[in-house]
Design a protein around this ligand. Structure first.
Ligand SMILES: Nc1nc2c(c(=O)[nH]1)N[C@H]1C(S)=C(S)[C@@H](COP(=O)(O)OP(=O)(O)OC[C@H]3O[C@@H](n4cnc5c(=O)[nH]c(N)nc54)[C@H](O)[C@@H]3O)O[C@H]1N2
Ligand SMILES: Nc1nc2c(c(=O)[nH]1)N[C@H]1C(S)=C(S)[C@@H](COP(=O)(O)OP(=O)(O)OC[C@H]3O[C@@H](n4cnc5c(=O)[nH]c(N)nc54)[C@H](O)[C@@H]3O)O[C@H]1N2
Ligand code: SF4
Ligand SMILES: [Mo]
Length: 724
């Protein structure tokens, strides 16, 4: 008997996580048996998180989709029958071809970051949608408020490098829970702590991270802009400004100082709901301890004023000259450094109207409204054609998009032609007409950049596709062929796409070429350790723009300000009187958005949806720890189990996310309650700008127990939702 052939293949974790780990995949006789962190890749340091350590469990999961399927039952019920690839592609080609000839903008792509690979996201798919002139999707569900803020302040998604965090003496972890969502940053922050650094968490929730920091500032959600302006006020008032750095490398200091004068400590403390002493201590520490770094993340970006809040925080490192040191500055995203050749990958010039007449843009956060819109002119605005076909890949909108009731109503339209490319039969897949099996990262090739470190990387496939699964690129090539589109750019191979993915001549590539990247698996971008020590921001002025020239050119307020959440006592007292509690729904540690929720061993760690509540809020409603509760607002309602304790500050409830609706006891998740309203900058989602009320679920109401999984949702003429 010969021993099994064992090989190790180098890959990349594809998930929407700043850490973008390098993986080593052990393959025995064609089967992946283990996935480990690569010890040689500096950001990974040999460690993967719990979720991805289980990647083989997910890959070979009994429910993996292995063949194309066609819907046989009503939409939402999730009943399918297998069909051949030829038949599936012919069906897709026929339906899409007919719509594309008549009204190309009636076709809508819907995708996000199920994988972050440059090829399996927007390469052939983008070329295909460009060529047919489909509607364009504004991919704003996550990071666009912060991205817009960084663009107006630093000129792009750029910041300090994670590699030097352990040398920081002060780390503000602001709107971020890296223990759950950026493990490798957290490892470095702990090293800094061992070396004497002070860690301060700024978060309305005592997260797994906040509980491990030296201090926790539990401000009211959505008030970060006021906190940052208060810090600016004190830094200036107490002479803690690096005047030389400000004079040489920033724009608009006098105007910013004037704005900050309106934010004295007492006002800030009242708005943020924190003791004034806490603000004073924070400003003093930030103004005196060097080097100081800020790990800013998405918490604050999910409320209306999120863009302005990020702008205000982003001013801080320049005010104190933190950028002078490689362990100082701010890290929100580093994705703007990598010289990705987006034009080559996506070929916007394939669009029939290029460059003057582009297709309409639909904001992905408003998918509920877009799919339920009749089309044409409504309230004086021309929407264009109603959406007739949607192609979903790398995303699970029925679970993750806000205002589920509308999203479900849209996807439930019998006249909507829906294709879903997936690994699993997700909540969204239940509404597909055609469900097409996609390969996982172990089965396909890809090229990656990261948003939490500064390496570009290559993922080699380690196993053959499971069943009949195909890479997204190949599925789009097939759909194009079935529509009779024979443009050669739609048939380029993944290897060819990989060779085009980066601008090799960019100085940041340090002379590396495609052959070297493939040989070495990753390349560190050739950045200076402290990229803005001598200014050189990517803005039009080359300076850190406190007063933004680009915002001024758009006729908007050039300075950062505090804009209260739309759903707050400040902005809407009447609504706050009816729904006095703010709800946030940040990521659960062992899920990755809605990915992994169906992996049994991980779901065991989050056995059911919980709602964290402060003891005062619970007592006022007669709710005890462990009680079932109903959470509701005008958009919908949801059931969860109360977890009463000191994690949520008063006035706040927290439901960790993102559950698959059909795996939750009542067939719903937090997005039943969230709204489609957009943020101030970047048109981002405002998941955490959400007022609710909570009540004890009346005892003995066993007539409304768990709803049967797969239950479709119907929206009646009054907009009321019921399950059948
Ligand atoms: N395990 C795991 N990791 C993930 C994900 C996941 O689902 N699970 N998702 C990935 C994705 S897509 C993203 S975008 C990132 C997200 O990464 P992070 O932004 O770090 O997300 P969270 O870990 O939820 O941390 C956000 C924190 O902000 C807090 N917060 C909420 N509202 C506010 C506010 O108004 N102000 C302040 N200061 N804080 C607030 C929340 O309580 C939470 O603790 O994580 C990625 N990594
Ligand atoms: N209430 C609430 N809602 C939220 C958030 C929140 O904090 N609270 N967070 C928001 C954020 S930050 C984000 S980024 C979004 C995330 O929303 P999504 O990007 O939709 O992320 P996932 O839920 O992980 O779904 C990704 C899907 O892509 C599939 N997939 C993975 N790889 C591939 C592939 O190669 N091919 C194909 N065809 N499919 C693949 C996976 O199986 C998975 O079902 O959710 C947002 N929604
Ligand atoms: S999800 Fe993040 S921490 Fe986990 S393996 Fe992937 S990149 Fe690393
Ligand atoms: Mo995200």
């Amino acid at each position: 008997m010969s021993s099994p052939a064992i090989t190790t293949i180098r890959g990349v974790c594809p998930h929407d996580c700043p850490d973008t780990c390098a993986m080593k995949v052990t393959v025995e006789d064609g089967r992946a048996t283990a996935v480990r962190g690569d010890p040689d890749h500096p950001p990974t340091q040999g460690v993967l998180c719990t979720k991805v350590s289980r990647y083989t469990e997910r890959t070979y999961h009994r429910d993996r989709l292995r063949q194309p399927m066609r819907r046989v039952g009503p939409k939402g019920e999730g009943r399918f029958e297998p069909i051949s690839w030829d038949a599936a592609l012919a069906l897709a080609g026929e339906r899409l071809g007919e719509i594309a000839r008549r009204a190309p903008e009636a076709i809508l792509p819907y995708s996000y970051a199920g994988t972050m690979g440059l090829l399996q996201t927007e390469s052939i798919a983008a070329r295909f949608f460009n060529l047919i002139g489909a509607s364009r999707l504004d991919r704003t569900i996550c990071a666009s408020a912060g991205a817009a803020a960084l663009k107006h302040t630093y000129g792009g998604n750029v910041g300090m490098q994670v590699d030097f965090i352990e040398e920081s003496q002060l780390i503000l972890i602001w709107g971020s829970n890296p223990v759950a969502s950026s493990l490798h940053f957290w490892t470095r922050a702990q090293e800094a702590k061992r070396r004497g650094a002070r860690l301060i968490a700024i978060d309305p929730y005592r997260s797994l991270t906040a509980e491990k920091c030296h201090e926790h500032i539990a401000l009211r959600p959505g008030t970060d802009g006021a906190l940052a302006l208060g810090m600016i006020h004190l830094l200036i008032a107490q002479d803690m400004i690096d005047e030389d750095y400000v004079a040489r490398h920033t724009l608009g200091f006098a105007a910013l100082a004037e704005r900050a004068r309106q934010w004295p400590p007492a006002r800030v403390a009242a708005v943020c709901g924190i003791p004034e002493r806490q603000l004073r201590d924070l400003a003093h520490a930030y103004g005196t301890v060097k080097p100081a770094s800020i790990r800013l993340n998405y918490g604050m970006q999910r409320a209306y004023g999120g863009g302005n809040a990020v702008r205000a925080v982003a001013c801080l490192p320049s005010l104190v000259g933190a950028w002078r040191h490689r362990a100082g500055g701010m890290l929100l995203s580093t994705s703007g450094y990598a010289p990705v050749d987006t034009f080559a990958l996506q070929r916007p010039d394939l669009h029939p109207g290029w460059p003057d007449r582009q297709s309409r843009i639909i904001n992905m956060n408003a998918i509920g409204d877009a799919l339920t819109h009749p089309g044409g002119r409504v309230d004086g605005q021309d929407f264009g054609p109603a959406v007739e076909a949607v192609i979903v890949y790398n995303s699970n909108p029925v679970a993750v998009a806000p205002d589920s009731r509308k999203v479900v109503a849209g996807f439930a339209r019998e006249d909507l032609f829906t294709i879903v490319l997936e690994h699993f039969q997700t909540d969204t897949a239940d509404y597909a007409d055609l469900l097409l099996p996609a390969t996982t990262q172990l089965e396909h090739f890809d090229v990656h950049k990261a948003y939490g470190h500064t390496y570009v990387m290559v993922n080699q496939p380690s196993i053959a596709p499971l069943g009949e699964a195909r890479p997204n690129t190949e599925i789009f090539r097939g759909i194009a062929r079935a529509m009779g589109l024979d443009h050669p750019l739609l048939q380029e191979s993944d290897a060819m796409l990989g060779s085009q993915a980066l601008r090799w001549s960019d100085p940041l590539m340090g002379g590396a070429d495609w052959a070297r990247l493939q040989r070495e698996s990753w390349i560190r971008l050739a950045l200076p350790d402290a990229p803005f020590a001598e200014g050189g921001f990517h803005t039009p002025s080359g300076k850190c723009e406190f007063a933004s020239s680009t915002l001024a050119a758009e006729g908007r307020d050039p300075l950062p300000d505090y804009l209260p959440p739309r759903e707050s006592a400040e902005a809407d007292p009447a609504l706050a009187a009816r729904y006095p509690l703010a709800m946030i729904s940040p990521p659960a540690r062992n899920f990755l958005n809605s990915t992994f929720v169906n992996v049994d061993s991980l779901r065991k760690t989050e056995p059911e949806p919980h709602l964290d509540m402060h003891p005062d809020d619970a007592a006022a409603r007669g709710i005890a720890n462990g009680d079932p509760v109903r959470v509701f607002n005008d958009r919908g309602s949801l059931r969860a189990r109360a977890r009463v304790g000191d994690r949520a500050r008063g006035g706040l409830v927290v439901g960790l996310s993102i559950w698959w609706r059909k795996l939750a006891p009542d067939g719903r998740n937090a997005n039943e309650l969230t709204s489609q309203a957009l943020t101030d900058l970047g048109g981002s989602a405002s998941f955490y700008d959400c007022l609710v009320e909570v009540e004890a679920w009346p005892a003995g109401r066993s007539a409304s127990p768990a709803v049967k999984p797969h239950a479709p949702s119907i929206v009646g003429s009054e907009g009321t939702r019921r399950h059948i």
